[in-house]
Design a protein around this ligand. Structure first.
Ligand SMILES: [Ca+2]
Ligand SMILES: [Ca+2]
Ligand SMILES: [Ca+2]
Length: 229
């Protein structure tokens, strides 16, 4: 900024000092604005990530729930049930679905027919166990998200057993079958044996969490391939 115009040294010094302050103020402002902008960008990115994660968890859970419902609707037999609410370490449901309709349990087919869904309350994992083509049981996670609760309800359309061991409420549950005595139930307080032959309505409520997101998925399956008598 050389100039031939003589400059009053006082004015020049004042200008230089003012410029320095200006630069410092500008730098300070720039830093503050940058920090604010960066914060805004980062928080927007976080929200987008959270939204994307939530959408994935939701989509995955919805697909898994629909799949369970489809498999159960075609189920030919409920093989075994375990309820963590009765003190078992897991809640599990094993059933046979005759996918190829040949009336035979194909346990080692490419499309295995005997499936076990198992929920581990401690680790909050939901797994599916089925045999592979060699007949080896393979267990894999159903969901990447954590399952906080897996509520399994077993009901029957055999209304005549509604109220066994209690009061009739229009719904026949497995424990009412259990309390009905032979040949309907074995009275051991667990869903097993003869009661399983009479279960034809299964409903499952999944509570899935991912970070701060929690969603509930419900499915109900009419086991229409069951024959009731
Ligand atoms: Ca089959
Ligand atoms: Ca009832
Ligand atoms: Ca029983």
């Amino acid at each position: 900024m050389s100039t031939s115009t003589p400059i009053d040294p006082g004015t020049s010094q004042r200008d230089q000092g003012f410029t320095l302050v200006e630069v410092l103020v500008a730098m300070g402002l720039f830093a503050v604005v940058s920090t604010l902008l960066l914060g805004l960008v980062l928080s927007t990115a976080n929200v987008t990530d959270d939204t994307r994660a939530a959408a994935n968890v939701t989509e995955e859970s919805r697909i898994a729930t629909e799949r369970m419902a489809r498999e159960l609707r075609q189920a030919a037999a409920v093989d075994a049930v375990e309820l963590s609410t009765l003190g078992a370490s897991t809640t599990a449901l094993t059933f046979w679905t005759d996918f190829d309709g040949d009336g035979v349990r194909d346990e080692s087919a490419v499309d295995p027919e005997v499936l076990t869904y198992r929920w581990y309350p401690a680790s909050r994992r939901l797994t599916l166990t089925a045999n592979d083509a060699d007949g080896t049981a393979v267990t894999r996670p159903v969901l990447a998200g954590l399952v906080r609760n897996f509520n399994l309800q077993l009901r029957s359309s055999l209304w005549q057993y509604d109220g066994a061991g209690g009061t009739a409420d229009g719904v026949t549950t497995w424990d009412e079958l259990d309390a009905s005595g032979a040949p309907v139930g074995n009275g051991n307080g667990k869903p097993d044996g003869p009661e399983l032959d009479r279960i034809d309505l299964v409903s499952i409520t999944l509570t899935v969490t991912d970070g701060t997101t929690e969603r509930v998925f419900t499915m109900q399956a009419d086991l229409r391939n069951r024959e009731q008598n």
